[in-house]
Write a new protein. Structure first.
Length: 127
C-alpha cells in the first residue's frame, strides 16, 4: 500500500511532543480527526457529490498540515475532491465513558431560542 500526503486548505496541526524515536509528533487542532481514522473522497459535479471512494487510514500529520495516509492501491485523488473521515467502530464505541461531564451550551444568535431537551448515555469507564 502506498503512503500518500493529502493537503486540506484550512487544516491546522500543533506539535504535541516527541515519540520514543525522537520524532516530532503532531495532532490536528480539530480533535475530531485522529490517527487510524479512515479517509474517503467524493467529487462535486454540478452541485451533486459522487459516490464515496475509500482512500485509506491516517498514519500521521505533518507540521505543514498534511495528512499522511496509508492508501489503498491504485488510488488517485482528483483535484477539488471533498475529503471525509470516519472513525473505527472498535475504538469509538457508541456511548460516552467516564464519571464527569461538563457541557456548555451557547446561543450566539440575536434571536431568542428554546432548548426543549438534552440527554446523554454514560457508561462508567472503570467498572
Amino acid at each position: 500500500m502506498p503512503v500518500i500526503e493529502i493537503q486540506i486548505d484550512t487544516f491546522q496541526v500543533t506539535n504535541v511532543g516527541r515519540d520514543a524515536s525522537g520524532n516530532d509528533v503532531y495532532k490536528p487542532l480539530d480533535l475530531s480527526v485522529q490517527i487510524e481514522d479512515t479517509v474517503y473522497y467524493s467529487t462535486n459535479a454540478n452541485g451533486v457529490l459522487s459516490s464515496v471512494t475509500k482512500i485509506g487510514n491516517i498514519l500521521s500529520f505533518t507540521p505543514s498540515g498534511y495528512i499522511i495516509v496509508n492508501a489503498d492501491d491504485g488510488i488517485t485523488i482528483p483535484t477539488n475532491a471533498f475529503i471525509l473521515f470516519s472513525k473505527p467502530i472498535k475504538i469509538n464505541e457508541s456511548s460516552v465513558k467516564g464519571y464527569y461531564a461538563d457541557v456548555t451550551l451557547e446561543n450566539h444568535s440575536n434571536k431568542r431560542a428554546e432548548l426543549f431537551a438534552i440527554s446523554s448515555e454514560v457508561v462508567p469507564s472503570s467498572k
